[in-house]
Design a protein around this ligand. Structure first.
Ligand code: ADP
Ligand code: ADP
Length: 233
């Protein structure tokens, strides 16, 4: 099943009299269960494209179909609703609430989804268990290592059972050993059928993905199936 279809997407920013074409024409299909890495030099349009795919922003022209819905032209509120339902975000900086426990951080998206407290805690605990942190649910972010914090963030991304996990430089703040552990976890999620899209500028991280899309100057430069997938032991 096709989850993502962008057709001739462009994004233009206006800064005073200057016009920046961040995306010129992007046409990409991504299917359920794919694990894709976006690469490309700084300024090539990765963040802009991720923002559009993640329904944080809309394209200037072209169409974006997400899970059979045309989301190219939605209002801010409509986008927010789709985002909560369809997308799990993982960030380089984890973006956890510092005063809240792991359980509370993971349960947060479920408040917007309208679950009662009991169901929220049950689902959050189950998500934490699935990332190997079932015994750390009372801990606050500053009582955990970087890798554990990123696991909490991944649990939060998973808790709503989203159509896609979008990860922007998920290993950018982690040492290499911890980075590979997080990539092993992504691999597990991929095996379970999750659709994962990540941005990375690190080749060895990108090689965990099964497809590597390189952007340059707002265009797709190459889009290849990765036959050299890194296999965790
Ligand atoms: P990364 O390359 O790590 O994704 P960013 O997306 O933060 O970095 O920024 C990429 C480029 O886009 C930078 O050169 C930055 O100056 C520019 N940029 C990002 N956001 C804005 C903005 N709101 N206004 C102007 N330029 C921006
Ligand atoms: P990347 O993530 O690959 O570094 P970006 O998507 O951040 O690339 O940026 C693509 C281009 O768009 C860059 O030239 C950047 O400066 C520009 N850009 C990004 N965001 C903004 C913004 N909010 N306002 C103006 N220019 C932006």
């Amino acid at each position: 099943k096709r989850i993502i279809q962008t057709s001739d997407i462009a994004k233009t920013y206006h800064m005073g009299s200057e016009v920046v074409k961040a995306l010129k024409s992007i046409s990409i299909d991504i299917y359920q269960g794919e694990y894709v890495a976006f690469m490309g030099p700084s300024g090539s349009g990765k963040s802009t494209l991720m923002n559009i795919i993640g329904c944080l922003d809309t394209p200037t022209s072209g169409t974006y179909i997400l899970n059979d819905n045309d989301v190219s032209d939605l209002t801010e509120n409509e986008l927010a609703e789709i985002r909560n339902k369809e997308i799990g975000f993982v960030f380089q900086t984890f973006n956890l609430l510092p005063r809240n426990t792991a359980l509370e951080n993971v349960a947060l998206p479920l408040i917007y989804a309208g679950y009662n407290k009991y169901d929220r805690e049950e689902k959050a605990l189950s998500a934490l268990t699935s990332v190997g942190l079932g015994d750390r649910y009372r801990h606050k972010p500053n009582e955990m290592s970087g890798g554990q914090r990123q696991r909490v963030a991944i649990a939060r991304a998973l808790v709503n059972d989203p159509s896609i996990i979008l990860a922007d430089e998920p290993t950018g703040n982690l040492d290499s050993k911890t980075s590979y552990e997080i990539m092993d976890l992504f691999d597990e999620l991929h095996q379970k059928g999750n659709t994962i899209i990540m941005v990375t500028h690190e080749d060895d991280i990108a090689h965990y993905a099964h497809r590597i899309v390189r952007l340059r100057d707002g265009l797709v430069e190459t889009d290849i199936i990765n036959t050299n997938v890194t296999r965790p032991e």
